[in-house]
Write a protein of this length. Sequence first.
Length: 742
Amino acid sequence: MTKSADTHCPYCALQCAMTLKSPAALTPAPQPGSDPVPATAAAVREAPVALLDVTGRDFPTNRGGLCRKGWTSASLLNHAGRVTEPLLKGADGVHRPVSWDKALELITAAVKDTRARYGADAVGVFGGGGLTNEKAYQLGKFARLALGTSRIDYNGRFCMSSAAAAGMRAFGLDRGLPFPLADLDSASTILMLGSNVAETMPPFVQHLQGARDAGGLIVVDPRRSATAAFTSDGGGLHLQPLPGTDLALLLGLSHVVIHEGLADAGYIEARTAGYDALVRSVASYWPERVQSLTGVPAGLLRDTARRLADGARRGGSYILTGRGVEQHVDGTDTATAAINLALLLGLPGSARSGYGTLTGQGNGQGGREHGQKADQLPGYRKITDPAARAHMAAIWGVPESLIPGPGLPAVQLLKSLGQSDGVRCLFVHGANVAVSAPDANAVIAGLRSLEFLVVCDFFLSETAAEADLVLPVTQWAEEEGTLTNLEGRVLRRRRAIAPPPGVRSELWIMTRLAEALDAPSTFSEDPETVFEELRRASEGGLADYSGIDYAMLDRGEAAYWPYPAGSTGTPRLFRESFAHADGRAVFTPVTPRRRASSPPAEVADGAGPFGTPMTLITGRLMEHYQSGAQTRRVAALAAAQPEARLQIHPAAAAAQGIAAGDFVSISNGRGEVSCRAELSTDIRPETVFLPFHFPELESANRLTEAATDPISGMPEFKFSQVWVRAGAASHRANELQKEGAS
Ligand SMILES: Nc1nc2c(c(=O)[nH]1)N[C@H]1C(S)=C(S)[C@@H](COP(=O)(O)OP(=O)(O)OC[C@H]3O[C@@H](n4cnc5c(=O)[nH]c(N)nc54)[C@H](O)[C@@H]3O)O[C@H]1N2
Ligand SMILES: Nc1nc2c(c(=O)[nH]1)N[C@H]1C(S)=C(S)[C@@H](COP(=O)(O)OP(=O)(O)OC[C@H]3O[C@@H](n4cnc5c(=O)[nH]c(N)nc54)[C@H](O)[C@@H]3O)O[C@H]1N2
Ligand SMILES: [Mo]
């Protein structure tokens, strides 16, 4: 065990720097054969003493700060519920330990059998944006060459795909922030749409302080989120639109910019294409009309546009988007509208201004560059591009014909589970789809219809609980690798501690299985060896890492991609030109396809009307991470946020006879959630909010629809119609009764 290791937090894309140290007193390692019971909010078991002390380390994104999740992250290393041996599900549905040899043998047989009976595309892989670059790269290679399937996609489809598609369309390149985060510090105006960094990236808030103090922080959110609340003292603005109307709102802002002569004519002329069509497309979105579509007063729209233009002339203006505006069926168009507004104002590529989207998962950026996406090869190459295929065939030493074509995007992949022509045998690496995918009841049914499900995880997540075989893998502090943060900066993850004896790395698992399956290329369990191959694979691609190596990262050098060999990397993109062939950014005219007031079809399919449906939006709490598989097991976090609560306006609650703390039933045609109500004037009266961190009866994704954006395949997590009623759902009532009786 090393005495101390400089690494980064296991959770979000801010990748706060931390140092891990061994405390003087160590607890014994967890015993093999860990408890096979899936953890629920009620079943939190934590190690008495963490194996490592966590301290924040100075770094440009976090400047020594960490959030509550980061501070408590080490407690999961020796958590009593950790899986430390492969677990095989018996006919009785109970998971029992098996040897690694037996586990690998069973998987090999299942893959061969599935391929023989249904073809190689009946084997599927679901990856994650939390995997290191090395794991994500090798997973894409494993799927295509060892399994021979095209069916690989990952949870970043739920997260980054719309913003990524918009960035590709406008700039020819997708890097979340095309500038270092610290550039925001000197901005005078920042417009944040659908992003609640005060809860989702707390150390980020220090970079908003300057704009906020200058009265220039503007937040667009149907809720008065913690980030929206942060604007008020500084004289900033909170725009509170109807959910799903951000596209109209952005067209309104562009309309004002054009009609008040606030556009940057010189920039538009020199650096963009398609301006005339853009002007026509926003012509009918005058502020009073947009007010009627969005509920945001026309005066606030004009004020926002003027502050952005004023900021661009003074300290700098930035436009940033988050999941609130992207997780909609028109998410790509909405992100495009945000970019169009930024281009009108001359922000992208300027010295003190810019546009960006806030990447979410720890390696959400790198995870979308190196081949775990259905349509992609390493280096952000297209799998349909003959030159890209030839390049990768040469790197992998295989004939080009062996590389399958494009597969299915995540939602379609999950819908195909167990279907004829669908996936029959699935590998999951780093996602808990039973909780986090839309229409979760259907996803769970799909997982249960599989012939073989293999899940790699450290805990028996709700998805792992469904698995035929659970493979225990290393956690962040037990492994080496790299991640690429929200700024496109490549960072080193370093090992501070040895994993429990029965646990293996995913690189090791892929290497053993590739051998057993006679894969036509080599695989490695050594992260640096894999990174060296990734470098060569990415060379000449959009996301070029060929000039980056472990030694320079270990010296603390800042490596922003593209970083071709012989260069010094690219902290700031687009300064001279954009990535399209002619060097120009492209305005793509976009207009709303759905009227915000029209109820989606699901309401008609529902179990029956219970008054007026409400709009459900979903999102995050500070204490929990994603599906909660990790943070619900941290005692301090679970104690702070033990259960889901529905945020509802007091007027809406009163209309249904709901009082604070009452149980409510939230339902639609897809499912039902039962939880307590939290009354709050911070939310619009026709809208309710649920966090998605909780499973089973409290799982928000039992209500969300698996409808996707036609360009990106991103699902609509942030807009569902639901009925909200007083009283516990019948199954919850039974539970409560049982509790009362015992
Ligand atoms: N604590 C915590 N931090 C995290 C994560 C976590 O799970 N927990 N996850 C990480 C990941 S992967 C991601 S992607 C990021 C996400 O980070 P954010 O994008 O900040 O997170 P969300 O809470 O999903 O959504 C942000 C806001 O969008 C608002 N919103 C909902 N619907 C709409 C709408 O129609 N329009 C507008 N304008 N706003 C809307 C919500 O009210 C919410 O306040 O966070 C990262 N950090
Ligand atoms: N309703 C609603 N649903 C949403 C969202 C929303 O806003 N609303 N947001 C969506 C977004 S943006 C995202 S990113 C997704 C994320 O949702 P998920 O994909 O479910 O994300 P996690 O909960 O982080 O799941 C990661 C799982 O892998 C494990 N894990 C962590 N690291 C590793 C690793 O290195 N290897 C392996 N094998 N396992 C690992 C964890 O223990 C956990 O069980 O949720 C989406 N779902
Ligand atoms: Mo995400």
